[in-house]
Design a protein around this ligand. Structure first.
Ligand SMILES: *[C@@H]1O[C@H](CO)[C@@H](O)[C@H](O)[C@H]1NC(C)=O
Ligand SMILES: *[C@@H]1O[C@H](CO)[C@@H](O)[C@H](O)[C@H]1NC(C)=O
Ligand SMILES: *[C@@H]1O[C@H](CO)[C@@H](O)[C@H](O)[C@H]1NC(C)=O
Length: 431
């Protein structure tokens, strides 16, 4: 059979019979209808030219119709069937046909084939922006901004509005919290141009977490900072990785789990109830049942402490707020990484390396709050930056970290920085 006909009939199989008679690929005839002859056996007299091949009007068509060499009008002429309504021609995508009402996914969009009573059927896709944006990728690569953008596969097929919920997770600060008076240290010392907690306290700094598709940054940033500070303040004796799952599963009141949390509520929970270690209650990126009693200790929780003297869960003192560049630096040098709440727009998701500053590329309307962990600072070509741990795994950014401009409140990163002291077991407290 001729190539064209095969293609045309192949399409019939995909789109349904109706298209075979009315579609643009096969001329509709008439064929059997020319002479109204329908034969029993296959014979040349009972065939007609169609494109550069032949089609037949015999009863073999009965068995094989729809995908063989029968004339398009065989069922109407020879079987007396009503011709199918010449409905929609459907929608096409690549080499595939879709019927009206069919949907397909394109990146993060759902597209539906819409039937147009007059005119051609067409695709209608939702217009929500995806996390990954061509505008950001192109814009950032064509400008000299000091940072580079990447197209991350972990964000493919995801909408920006969902990313702002499930890759971040910090609820707006209450008015009361936002007004919390900052601590003013005002220490006039010679600050080193570079400081990195990861090298200064080698092996004490907890690894990069991947929060997954769960807006738990409020829990992850808190747990990692408290872990780091337990190790630092105990000179490594209480080096422990604390479990953000404790917060996600047990600090549920006034919190929204994977849809976000209030950092002040979380700090109060950490102060009053404490956290257990990651080994005892591993992170699952979803709310699970809290397995612990409200008032319990590591023993009743079934967790194993790293020092024999410890019985209570890992708790903290009252959190404090820092806002000045030097105060933040002083606190990190003294006690370890701090928590910061930054504002995230679409371009931030694309960060690959360099010193981040917000651009105007991509969407500038949607934004979210993100809690992260500042572990140090530095300078490069006269540009000052913070070194910050994100919680999107180590494939993102600079091995899971990013650098961001320092001293200019970039993305509000200096707006609300939290410091806290960990309740280290007395015997091991660093003097
Ligand atoms: C074709 O098949 C139909 C049922 O599918 C049957 O009623 C009819 O008699 C058949 N016609 C011929 C010509 O074999
Ligand atoms: C990112 O990469 C994927 C896979 O290579 C590609 O399909 C997609 O179009 C890219 N996204 C953008 C915004 O360029
Ligand atoms: C940082 O910017 C935010 C919002 O623009 C503002 O509310 C805050 O006071 C600023 N913080 C500092 C330390 O400048």
């Amino acid at each position: 059979m001729a190539y064209t006909l095969q293609i045309a009939l192949l399409l019939c199989g995909t789109v349904g019979l109706s298209l075979c008679y009315s579609g643009p690929d096969l001329p509709p005839g008439p064929y059997c209808g020319i002479s109204n002859t329908c034969c029993k056996d296959r014979q040349d007299g009972c065939s007609h030219r169609i494109l550069d091949s032949k089609c037949y009007c015999d009863q073999f068509c009965n068995r094989t119709r729809g995908h063989d060499d029968c004339c398009p009008d065989y069922p109407q002429v020879c079987l007396g069937e009503v011709p199918p309504q010449p409905i929609a021609n459907g929608c096409k995508h690549g080499r595939t046909f879709y019927a009206p009402g069919d949907t397909r996914i394109e990146d993060c969009h759902v597209c539906e084939c819409i039937h147009a009573p007059q005119g051609d059927d067409y695709w209608q896709c939702d217009r929500d922006p995806c996390i990954m944006s061509e505008d950001v990728l192109r814009g950032v690569s064509q400008s000299r901004l000091g940072w580079r953008a990447a197209n991350y596969s972990q964000f493919h097929g995801k909408k920006l509005k969902d990313g702002l919920i499930y890759k971040l997770g910090t609820l707006p600060l209450s008015r009361e919290t936002a007004r919390l008076g900052p601590i003013n240290l005002d220490k006039e010392i010679a600050y080193p141009p570079h400081f990195d907690a990861r090298t200064h306290w080698k092996n004490y700094i907890s690894p990069i977490v991947d929060q997954g598709w769960c807006g738990s940054d409020w829990a992850v940033s808190l747990a990692t900072i408290v872990s780091d500070r337990f190790a630092i303040q105990s000179n490594g004796a209480e080096k422990v990785i604390l479990s953000p799952q404790t917060l996600l599963s047990c600090n549920v009141r006034y919190q929204q789990g994977c849809r976000g949390g209030n950092i002040d509520t979380a700090w109060i929970f950490a102060k009053n109830h404490g956290l257990v270690d990651e080994e005892c209650f591993p992170y699952e990126a979803k709310i699970t049942r809290c397995p612990f009693k409200k008032r319990g200790d590591l023993f009743s929780d079934g967790c194993r402490p790293v020092v024999p003297q410890r019985t209570s869960r890992y708790k903290v003192g009252p959190p404090g707020r820092l806002i000045k560049e030097h105060d933040i630096m002083y606190d990190i040098m003294q006690s370890g990484p701090v928590q910061a709440v930054m504002t995230v727009y679409q371009d931030f998701f694309h960060y690959q390396d360099g010193i981040y500053r917000r651009t105007r590329f991509g969407n500038n309307e949607l934004k979210g709050l993100h809690s992260v962990r500042i572990v140090g600072w530095g300078e490069e070509n006269g540009q000052k930056y913070w070194i910050v741990a994100n919680s999107w795994g180590t494939q993102w950014g600079e091995d899971g970290y990013f650098r961001i401009a320092r001293g200019e409140n970039e993305s509000d990163i200096e707006r609300f920085v939290v410091t806290v002291l960990s309740d280290v077991t007395e015997a091991y407290l660093r003097k």
